[in-house]
Every structure is written in structure tokens, then in C-alpha cells.
Design a binder for this molecule. Structure first.
Ligand code: FES
Ligand code: FE
Length: 380
């Protein structure tokens, strides 16, 4: 059997070390996770100046904050004095005050007061400011990256078509109504591979397939998927269904964008969304709600998988929607993937594992995704 790692024509899954080795994992973090756009959160989490939340990728932590001039900034969450992690969770602050010796910073990251060292500091204060990383806010969705070289803005990568499809739903006017975090004992690339094929959908996701069109999903990865760092994603639902919910009916009465102003939902409308790659995150948007999932690496054989569900910012729980209806479909589907991938990881760890052939018809998305992965590793 030849491997996708060789120069041969048959695409196969990766050799074992790509899924289990500490060295490979460290290389993946440096060359992939710290060189791509990562979905960090939604603008509703930082509505007013001073609002912040923290975003974590392994050892890195960022404070995502709305500055006084309304820009959204990403500041490294590391005190300039002796390295304390400044903020945890989310909140609102006029100044960021270190919980160790009380140095304080503005919401733009400038050092304001150095506590008992005020008269003592000889260093240029700008040297002690919180370091910033690049932020791109696309349609109300906040992306960050740790790349030393700036990346093109998310909108420039997604392109006008994907941006217009998203703008139609006005996702910046949404709010998060529920978040779940799942852990799975699987390498992050298994989450990526699983996400860009629907070969497994009929076997693993009975409920999903009641609403999804799995053949169209497979066709989508064959025809419309391009493995850019960020791209549009459409999850094709069956003709006549309004939304990707357990029933195929709307889960929230307060509709988004055009649909909220009375435009009828076309029977063949499947919504829109986005994907980031190789480090995988995806957003699935319909006329009434959205789900955004991020697959964060936690080790060579473990990942964390966080899902947030959003509805229109004015939708009222108990009147316009019930949380269980909004989350039902993905809250059923995500644990199925988490369980499946842990079991796949267990098999890959065996001495009997060897790379197996991808289906050219049903798994072309994986070949494209792993091509981008290998390019970023410098192997292509
Ligand atoms: Fe922050 Fe000392 S580590 S003030
Ligand atoms: Fe799945």
C-alpha cells in the first residue's frame, strides 16, 4: 500500500506517527496551529468597550477585548512583570489588573501603572505592554492567529461569494445560547479528516441523516471544497426542510437577516457557514440558528471539541425558541463523532495499523485537506 506521504497516486491515511507521536504533535502546533486563522468567538461576547473573554491554544492564552475605540484586539495574556496569566474566563474591565502584584494595563494593552515599581522602571514602557496578535472580524465572527507573518484577512480568503452568503443572515446580530465541550482521545487530524467526509454519516449519524442529504454532502467535498485556510461551508439539507434540526423545522421563530424581514425560505436553501483548516473549526448557519464547533488539540492523542449554538440576538427563550430544539441535532451528532474518533485512535495505536486507501469518490476532501497540511509542514 502506498501512502499519501509518498509521491504515489493512491491516497491513503497517514502513517501511524502522524497520529501518535509527541514530536509530530509539537511540529503540528508550530507549523499548523500557529500559522492559520483560528475561530475565537462571536462579537456578542465583547459587545461594549472593556468586555473581554480569553482564548486558549495549549500554552498560549489571549485576552480578546473590545477596546475603547470599539476595535476588537487580541492581547497575550501574560503580565510584563513576572509572567502571570492576567485574566481568566470572561468579564468586563476598565483596566486589566494583574492579580499578583497589581500592575495595570489599559484595554489596549499599554502598561498604566507598575504598582510599587512606578518610579523604578528604567525600561521603555512599550517593552512592557501586552503583546498583540492579529485579529480578523468577519461577519461578526472573531478569528485570531499566532503567525509571525500577518495573514490575509479572513474576508479576502473566503472571497465575495462566501461573504455575501453569510452577510445575508447577518450573523453579527446573534447571541450564544448554549455551549458544550467534549473531550475525545483522538489526534486533531482525525477530527479534520472526519469533518471533510460524509462517508461515515449513514453509519454513524442516524438522526443527522434524517435531515441531511449525505450524498450531496459527499458531492460538496468532491466539487466545492478547496482546503483554503478559511472557506465557505454549506451543509446540504434535504429539499423542503427549513433548518438543520432534529425535525427539519425551524428551532427559533426569530429568523435571521432577510428571512427575518419576511423573505420566504427557498425549499432548496441549505444555509451557509465556514470552515477553517487544517486546524479544524466549522460554523453551520441556517435561517433560524447556527452552531459553531472548534476542534482544539490538547495532545498527540487527545483533542477538545467545543460547540456553541447561536440564535437571533432578540430571540427570547421560552417564547421564540427552546434551547433543546436549537441544540438537539448537533448535541446528538457531536458525541457520536467523539466516540467514533476515540475508537479509531485506539485502532491506529496498534502495531497492526497501516495506512489504508481513501475513497476517491467519498473521501476526496481528506486528500485535499492533508495536501494543505503537508504543504504547511514543508513536505510538499
Ligand atoms: Fe503581574 Fe507581578 S506578575 S504584577
Ligand atoms: Fe460525523
Amino acid at each position: 500500500m502506498v501512502s499519501v506521504i509518498g509521491d504515489d497516486e493512491i491516497a491513503t491515511s497517514l502513517p501511524q506517527r502522524y497520529y501518535i507521536s509527541e514530536e509530530q504533535f509539537a511540529e503540528d502546533v508550530e507549523k499548523i496551529w500557529k500559522r492559520q486563522w483560528l475561530y475565537a468567538g462571536h462579537v456578542s461576547q465583547v459587545k461594549s468597550p472593556g468586555d473581554f473573554f480569553t482564548f486558549t491554544l495549549l500554552n498560549e492564552s489571549l485576552i480578546i477585548v473590545r477596546a475603547r475605540d470599539n476595535r476588537i484586539l487580541a492581547l497575550h495574556n501574560v503580565c510584563g512583570h513576572r509572567g502571570m496569566r492576567l485574566c481568566e474566563g470572561a468579564g468586563r474591565a476598565r483596566r486589566i489588573v494583574c492579580p499578583y502584584h497589581s500592575w495595570s494595563y489599559s484595554t489596549e494593552g499599554e502598561l498604566l501603572t507598575a504598582s510599587q515599581q512606578q518610579g523604578e522602571l528604567t525600561l521603555d514602557r512599550s517593552e512592557l505592554a501586552l503583546k498583540r496578535t492579529q485579529v480578523s472580524v468577519w461577519q461578526g465572527l472573531i478569528f485570531v492567529n499566532f503567525s509571525p507573518e500577518p495573514l490575509p484577512d479572513v474576508e479576502d480568503i473566503v472571497g465575495p461569494e462566501g461573504t455575501a452568503a453569510m452577510a445575508r443572515l447577518e450573523p453579527e446580530k446573534m447571541k450564544i445560547v448554549h455551549t458544550d465541550v467534549y473531550s475525545t482521545k483522538a489526534n486533531w487530524k482525525l477530527l479534520l479528516e472526519n469533518g471533510v467526509e460524509c462517508y461515515h454519516c449513514p453509519t454513524v449519524h442516524e438522526e443527522f441523516c434524517e435531515v441531511l442529504d449525505p450524498a450531496a454532502m459527499t458531492g460538496y467535498y468532491a466539487d466545492d471544497y478547496s482546503a483554503k485556510l478559511v472557506q465557505e461551508l454549506v451543509i446540504p439539507i434535504q429539499y423542503g426542510k427549513d433548518s438543520l434540526t432534529l425535525t427539519g423545522n425551524l428551532a427559533s421563530r426569530k429568523l435571521l437577516g432577510d428571512f427575518g424581514r419576511g423573505v420566504p425560505i427557498p425549499p432548496d436553501y441549505s444555509g451557509t457557514g465556514f470552515m477553517t483548516q487544517p486546524g479544524y473549526a466549522w460554523g453551520d448557519f441556517h435561517p433560524d440558528h447556527a452552531m459553531i464547533a472548534t476542534c482544539n488539540p490538547t495532545g498527540p492523542t487527545s483533542s477538545e471539541f467545543a460547540a456553541s449554538w447561536l440564535v437571533h440576538e432578540d430571540a427570547v427563550e421560552g417564547v421564540d425558541f427552546e434551547v433543546e430544539d436549537v441544540i438537539g441535532l448537533w448535541a446528538t451528532t457531536h458525541p457520536q463523532d467523539a466516540t467514533t474518533l476515540a475508537r479509531q485512535q485506539a485502532g491506529i495505536g496498534s502495531s497492526a495499523y497501516k495506512p489504508g486507501p481513501y475513497s476517491a469518490r467519498a473521501e476526496p476532501g481528506i486528500t485535499l485537506a492533508l495536501d494543505l497540511y503537508r504543504q504547511m509542514l514543508g513536505e510538499r
